[in-house]
Design a protein around this ligand. Structure first.
Ligand code: MN
Length: 739
């Protein structure tokens, strides 16, 4: 047993020190009486969390103080929010009630804390409840966006202080964060917070890669700083001469964004050229902003040649989340591309602090038609839709969180914003759902196109309708906006309900002739007999002729002879309990027969990989890598179905994995590679595909290996072959798995 010795006196002064730092952070916004109110909130929080400690052993009060500090400093929120941040855990965790809060701090604060308490369980319990809770969270968001901003501050602090949590909790929290909180931060324009949340998640889910990139960045730091200085100096000089007050500096990109680039382009760290961006932050009068930014652009491009394809003007049309900036990529002095971001102090504050800062500047000339308000309006609309499947809703909504936007013109020249990759049909639904359901085609820039046509930025679109048109199932394959999806789904559902009523009539007639009572119980039995799960599907199939009603005679015989066995479902909760009671951790490899598990095909884990188990319905436990593209979704949506797992194989088992080999094609290269694989390493190959193109060799080989150690040795050996330039493990075709 370890003994914890706490110096209470030292702790007390540390708490006060942190409180004073908080006051300094919100100094800018403090008005008369605010300081007193914050003090009262602090005293109440201190008293109610008095005997509570965090996992680290620290006093609990450190947490609400830190959350309040993030809210003030990094989001720029005002006094009410700071009070709420200080009190965000008291109603849930202590005896203090909402009525107490309302009496002491007013209605607004009570409402925000109510919202915070309600959404605290968003990711608990089972999945459907989770999605329902998520919906609640969005309702509060649409009501008062401060709820979600404080929630984000809370999440950020928890992520920053997660090292004392047990591993599976870290994984779960990190997954939720990339799944939902980082996209929300992005959508609300909190870029700095979004990057930090993603980096922190990666630190826990892909620890080795994270450390590797962080270390490489560190090694190159001095070299990079020198380069930045050489790049900046001449520009800074001209800016000064022309009387443009500006801060110019280099800013490193986040580890996660570097990793994304490496994966997307399939390149090693050394080949990522934009490890940093140059920022020029101008101190401009509001009327001069646009002109000053372009002036700075002109100065930069006088010095360095710009890439004409890489100019982005988010000043003339700001992004959805309020982001304004001018981006260009220029050729630096050493022949490498460098991204330059030009904006004013005001634009920069919006870029860093997002929503709250945006509201502060609401009077600014370019900000009035901000996409943020429109977005919140859309959230409200979606929530009012009676679409019942909350989980689908969550998926659709999330997709809309991630995507960038394009601008589309109506025939009359009005401007509409849509997510990138939106189709003509999405546009129709965006204008009006009646236009969507009757849409048969569109004219894009006066040319006829199909419904599924993907719109490009700046297209002018006219929708063509027909009264005979009805929504089709396959429309769901190409529309991407949540609005279009939910409207199509509810129309289809209504359609299906009508058709299955016809099916019921057909079935009833048949049952009558067979003298079987038409009860719900009987219909369910017959549905199962025809191997369907839902009676509505069954009735629908009857009406559509997909099921031959004549086969009902077989059912009668089956009932007589074998009797009816109800469809069996594995209860996942029971399953987990069973496993957990035997062993806290699922050991893979030893108990092959005992537990029914499968290695998932989406990420093909092999021994040595960091893995977890996921309890499926009917297919036992599936083992995924923690870096699997599906992992985040599974862990955040179905946390209760996650089982800890680790490799425990003593036996030499073979696991399938894929290698990607590139090189200069040479006579006998394939032979050399296969010799190493099968003779030197005695590894079995399942398949080998080679593409040779103008002397470049590109091969994929599926091999059976024992573990990551074995695999890494093989990779190292293959890399030594003359002509081979690169060998890497790949994740076989990534398919999104249905849970
Ligand atoms: Mn908290």
């Amino acid at each position: 047993m370890t003994q914890l010795i706490i110096d209470l006196q030292a702790e007390k002064s540390e708490i006060l020190k942190r409180y004073r730092a908080l006051l300094r952070a919100c100094k800018e916004t403090l008005q008369k009486g605010d300081k007193k109110m914050i003090r009262r909130a602090f005293d109440l929080a201190l008293e109610s969390h008095q005997d509570m400690r965090r996992k680290s052993g620290e006093p609990y009060i450190y947490h609400p103080i830190a959350v309040a500090q993030i809210a003030a400093e990094e989001i720029g929120l005002g006094t009410t929010s700071i009070v709420c941040a200080l009190l965000h855990d008291v109603v849930e965790d202590t005896d203090i009630t909402l009525e107490d809060v309302e009496r002491e701090f007013g209605k607004k604060a009570a409402k925000i804390i109510d919202g915070l308490t309600k959404i605290s369980g968003v990711f608990d319990y089972n999945s459907s409840l989770q999605a329902e809770n998520f919906r609640k969270m969005l309702l509060t968001l649409a009501d008062d966006v401060r709820v979600i901003l404080i929630k984000l501050a809370d999440r950020l602090h928890n992520m920053r202080t997660m090292e004392f949590m047990p591993r599976e909790k870290q994984l779960k929290i990190a997954s939720e964060t990339v799944y939902l909180y980082a996209p929300l931060a992005h959508r609300l324009g909190l870029y700095a917070m979004k990057s930090e949340l993603e980096d922190l998640s990666m630190k826990y889910t892909e620890t080795a890669t994270y450390k590797y990139i962080a270390q490489r960045l560190n090694e190159k730091k001095t070299e990079r700083e020198k380069f930045v200085k050489e790049f900046i100096d001449p520009i800074q000089k001209i800016l000064d001469e022309q009387g443009l007050a500006a801060k110019v500096y280099g800013r490193p990109k986040s580890i996660n964004s570097i990793w994304n680039k490496m994966r997307k382009k399939n390149i090693p760290f050394e080949e990522v050229y934009d490890l940093f961006a140059i920022r020029i932050i101008l101190d401009s009068q509001i009327e001069q902003e646009k002109a000053d930014c372009w002036k700075a652009y002109s100065i930069v491009t006088d010095f360095y040649r710009p890439n004409p394809d890489r100019l982005r003007d988010w000043i003339s049309s700001p992004k959805f989340n309020g982001y304004e900036s001018l981006h260009t990529t220029v050729m630096g002095p050493k022949g490498q591309w460098v991204e330059v971001q030009i904006r004013t102090e005001r634009m920069n504050e919006i870029a860093e602090k997002g929503f709250a800062a945006h509201w502060k500047y609401k009077e600014a000339p370019h900000a009035e038609s901000s996409g943020l308000d429109q977005w919140l309006q859309k959230v409200r609309e979606l929530l009012n839709n009676p679409e019942s499947n909350a989980l689908d809703f969550l998926d659709d909504f999330k997709m809309n969180l991630f995507s960038d936007e394009i601008f589309i013109f109506t025939p009359k020249g009005a401007l509409m914003q849509l997510p990138a990759n939106a189709t003509a049909l999405d546009f129709a639904f965006e204008i009006h759902s009646d236009l969507g359901v009757k849409c048969i085609g569109a004219k894009v820039n006066h040319k006829l196109v199909p419904l599924s046509y993907q719109l490009q930025n700046g297209d002018q679109v006219e929708i063509i309708t027909s009264n005979k048109q009805t929504p089709k199932e396959d429309w769901l394959n190409f529309v991407i906006t949540a609005k279009a999806k939910s409207k199509i789904k509810s129309s289809l559902k209504e359609e299906k309900r009508k058709i299955s009523e016809e099916g019921r009539e057909i079935l009833d007639r048949k049952l009558k002739s067979l003298k079987i009572p038409s009860t719900i119980e009987n219909i369910n039995k017959i549905t199962h007999f025809f191997k369907l799960h839902a009676s509505q599907d069954f009735l629908y199939q009857i009406a559509k002729g997909g099921i031959d009603i004549g086969d009902l005679k077989e059912y009668v015989n089956f009932e007589k002879n074998a009797g009816y066995k109800p469809f069996e479902r594995t209860d996942p909760a029971e399953f987990v309990k069973k496993i957990k009671s035997e062993e806290d951790t699922l050991l893979i490899g030893e108990d092959l027969q005992k537990i029914d598990y499968k290695l998932s095909t989406c990420c093909n884990p092999i021994p040595g990989d960091d893995v977890f188990g996921f309890v499926t319905v009917g297919e036992g436990i599936k083992i995924h890598r923690t870096s699997c593209p599906n992992a985040t979704k599974l862990m955040s949506n179905f946390g209760y179905r996650i089982v800890k797992a680790r490799w425990n194989s003593q036996k030499q088992l073979a696991f399938l994995t894929g290698l990607n080999i590139t090189g200069i094609d040479d006579v006998g290269l394939i032979n050399k590679i296969t010799t190493i694989i099968s003779n030197d390493f005695k590894v079995n190959m399942r398949s080998i595909t080679v593409d040779s193109h103008e002397g470049i060799f590109d091969g994929s080989i599926m091999v059976y290996v024992n573990d990551t150690h074995h695999l890494n040795n093989l990779i190292a050996k293959l890399k030594q072959v003359n002509g081979v330039t690169d060998v890497r493990r790949f994740d076989s075709d990534i398919t999104v798995e249905k849970a």
